[in-house]
Write a protein that binds this ligand. Structure first.
Ligand SMILES: [Zn+2]
Length: 105
């Protein structure tokens, strides 16, 4: 998870919080709730918040999958997705992901 703050479309990441993946499937992730809670408490102690998440698509493209879309809940949440070739950033808002490396709305 990504700790930090955001103002409009500007995100400032101040810390990374790795989390265990509880999914038994290699192509899915399910963040350990205990790791999520710990990251939230740590962020709050620094007057920050969890503003995003990061994960890899080792066998796919560095863009949100249908599963990512189905699991996305929080608006204005930053998603960093890395493949074996690139790293891309997206913001989830109003039910869709918007790429923020390309400047696209
Ligand atoms: Zn994904």
């Amino acid at each position: 998870m990504l700790e930090g703050a955001h103002d409009g479309n500007a995100f400032r990441i101040t810390a990374l919080h790795p989390a265990r993946n509880l999914s038994s499937r290699p192509d899915r992730f399910e963040i350990d709730p205990a790791d999520h809670l710990k990251a939230q408490k740590t962020a709050r102690a620094s007057c920050h918040a969890i503003i995003g998440c990061y994960h890899s698509h080792p066998h796919g493209a560095a863009r949100p999958s249908a599963t990512d879309l189905a699991g996305a809940e929080q608006d204005n949440f930053l998603w960093l997705i890395v493949s074996d070739r690139e790293l891309n950033a997206f913001v989830y808002r109003d039910g869709v992901f918007r790429g923020c490396m390309t400047g696209a709305d």
